[in-house]
Write a protein that binds this ligand. Structure first.
Ligand code: PLP
Length: 358
């Protein structure tokens, strides 16, 4: 077994969803875009559904179609990117709910509804200050004041997204909430369920919950949900161990030099597996309780560790890179990134194992 092992705890994901759902009065959805943040939507989403999730969110219609195949006809599947040109057949075949972002997308949706000869279920995504996706206040006013503005469309949700929800004291949070309240005050939207918060929004408290929340990263054990149960364990086997003499170098660029006689273990994982090359600045793996500092640069397929203090570090032994003692956000901090990017960078080469979920 030369492949590194990625173990994904479906029970922990379900427990994280339940914990977030318990904080809300309204419905709690689940964001499973980017293949459930790299952890495998085909396994993660059914476990969430078994835990009670009834509304799923993806970024793209293609992701939604794959999710529909995994989940069957029951749950609602919302698509953040809305309805892009050419996507109508996919939206229709997989019974997805596009979150329309512009008048052009509204027009596409109305054309699809007309072709279907019945109402099409859609949502509206509003921009409340992030300037990334969604209709701005003048677009929305124009849409709602046009006599046949929403003809043929059945509004299932009106939503927006917070730019700074991981910083509870940031003034953007209150400003975006005010903008959302103002935009959704129109009588045409009075009975439409509203959604503003993702993981950070759940944690900001009831003022940010509205009728539906959309947590993603917290389900997968990432910040800002500090109380999340850890979800993944990443272990890599030692391929080779060698002694290096004082003054010898290790790895590309000869960037690490032994200041004394050292034992170096080479493990079978690298930046192609999502262990970012920026980790060359230094990080720690573990063998049981023994810390194993990295030595030298991260290669594509390999990482070298200083195992001088750990006689158990032998060929074939597995070292732990991510687990209860070092979470995705700890490793992210050492790579100068965020836990989200560690999760979504985990590559395709792992032997993946799922636990729980039945
Ligand atoms: C990714 C995303 C989410 C989930 O955000 P997390 O911070 O992972 O909880 C929710 N809503 C939108 C619009 C998103 O793009």
């Amino acid at each position: 077994m030369a492949a590194a092992r990625l173990t994904i705890d479906l029970d922990a994901i379900a427990a994280n969803w339940r914990a977030l759902a318990a904080m809300n009065r309204g419905e709690t959805g689940a964001v499973v875009k980017a293949d459930a943040y790299g952890l495998g939507a085909a396994r993660v989403a059914p476990a969430l559904m078994a835990a009670g999730t009834r509304s799923f969110f993806v970024a793209l219609a293609e992701e939604g179609a794959a999710l529909r195949a995994a989940l069957g006809p029951l749950p609602r599947i919302f698509v953040f990117s809305g309805l892009m040109p050419g996507e109508a057949p996919l939206i229709r075949a997989a019974n997805l709910i596009p979150l329309l972002n512009s008048q052009a997308q509204v027009d596409e949706a109305k054309a699809l509804a007309a072709a279907l000869g019945g109402p099409l279920s859609v949502g509206l995504q509003l921009d409340t200050g992030m300037n990334r996706l969604g209709m701005e206040p003048p677009d929305l006013s124009a849409l709602l004041s046009a006599p046949d503005g929403l003809a043929g469309l059945d509004l299932a949700l009106v939503m927006s997204h917070l730019a700074c929800a991981d910083e509870p004291d940031h003034p953007m949070n209150a400003a975006q909430r005010e903008a959302f309240l103002a935009m959704t005050a129109h009588p045409a939207l009075s009975r439409v369920p509203r959604s503003l918060g993702a993981t950070g929004g759940v944690l900001l408290g009831p003022d940010f919950h509205f009728d539906m929340t959309r947590p993603g990263v917290g389900l997968y054990g990432g910040l800002p949900f500090a109380e999340a149960r850890p979800v993944i364990t990443l272990e890599a086997p030692i391929v080779q161990v060698r002694e290096v003499a004082e003054g010898e170098v290790v790895g590309y660029g000869a960037a690490w030099r032994a200041d004394a006689p050292r034992r170096i273990a080479t493990i079978s994982v690298g930046y192609a597996d999502g262990l970012h090359r920026a980790l060359s600045a230094g990080f720690t793996a573990w063998l049981g309780a023994a810390p194993l500092p990295s030595a030298g640069r991260v290669s594509m397929d390999l990482i070298t560790l200083d195992v001088t203090q750990c006689p158990e570090a032998r060929e074939g032994a597995f070292v732990t890179l991510l687990g209860p003692g070092q979470g995705v956000d700890d490793l992210a901090a050492k790579a100068g990134t965020i836990g989200y990017e560690i999760l979504t960078s985990l590559g395709a080469r792992y032997a993946r194992r799922y636990t729980g979920g039945d």
